[in-house]
Design a protein around this ligand. Structure first.
Ligand code: GRF
Length: 192
């Protein structure tokens, strides 16, 4: 399966997917890294790994979400992409785009969904006195951070944790479960 990873930033989850996909028995190839932010840190990492990159600057499509998504869709089709992985991709997607990729687009979220959808998950978990936190890989549906859960793993919240220390513990889990979840869906998913 040919996979595109969509990023907006540093791309540490993208890097974890690239590393995992090097295993000879891995059922997916990271064929493309696409950023909506010019110069996103992850682009340089992907380039240094010899992976094709594309930038579609979402700011070049003011108030034109559909135009932005049509541009992305054209690149994904030109690259014959089978599966899309969102990895720190900070754009909300329209039902049109999500529908094009139904069952073939997944996301990593830094919380134990359905708890803490949205942003600032670590600070919110700490503020609530949560004893457990974690990360979730799920299918993307038009509602943000909804969609069937593929894999989820918990970490403890420890005394003295800050959003940074808790976030680092969660990120280590993200880097493990995202490649595992992609392996699962790349194995099971059949081209329609
Ligand atoms: C991760 O915490 C991910 O769960 C969230 O955005 C962050 C992206 O980090 N959706 P990175 O770019 O993968 O390092």
């Amino acid at each position: 399966k040919r996979v595109a990873v969509l990023i907006s930033g540093r791309g540490s989850n993208m890097a974890a997917l690239i590393a995992a996909a090097k295993a000879p028995d891995y059922p997916a190839e990271i064929a493309l890294v696409l950023s909506n932010v010019p110069g996103a840190g992850g682009l340089a990492i992907a380039e240094s790994e010899g992976i094709a990159t594309a930038t579609i600057d979402s700011k070049a499509f003011p108030r034109d979400r559909e135009g932005f998504e049509r541009a992305m869709q054209a690149v994904l089709e030109a690259q014959r992409i089978d599966i899309v992985c969102l990895a720190g991709f900070m754009r909300i997607l329209t039902p049109w785009f999500v529908g094009r990729w139904e069952g073939r687009m997944i996301n990593i979220h830094p919380a134990l969904l359905p708890a803490y959808k949205g942003l600032d998950t670590h600070a919110r978990a700490l503020a609530d006195g949560a004893r457990e936190h974690g990360a979730t890989v799920h299918f993307v549906t038009p509602e943000m951070d909804e969609g069937e859960i593929i894999l989820q793993e918990a970490v403890p919240v420890l005394p003295g944790d800050t959003a940074e220390t808790l976030g680092a513990r969660v990120l280590a889990v993200e880097h493990r479960i995202y490649p595992a979840a992609l392996r699962m869906i790349a194995t099971e998913y059949r081209l329609i």
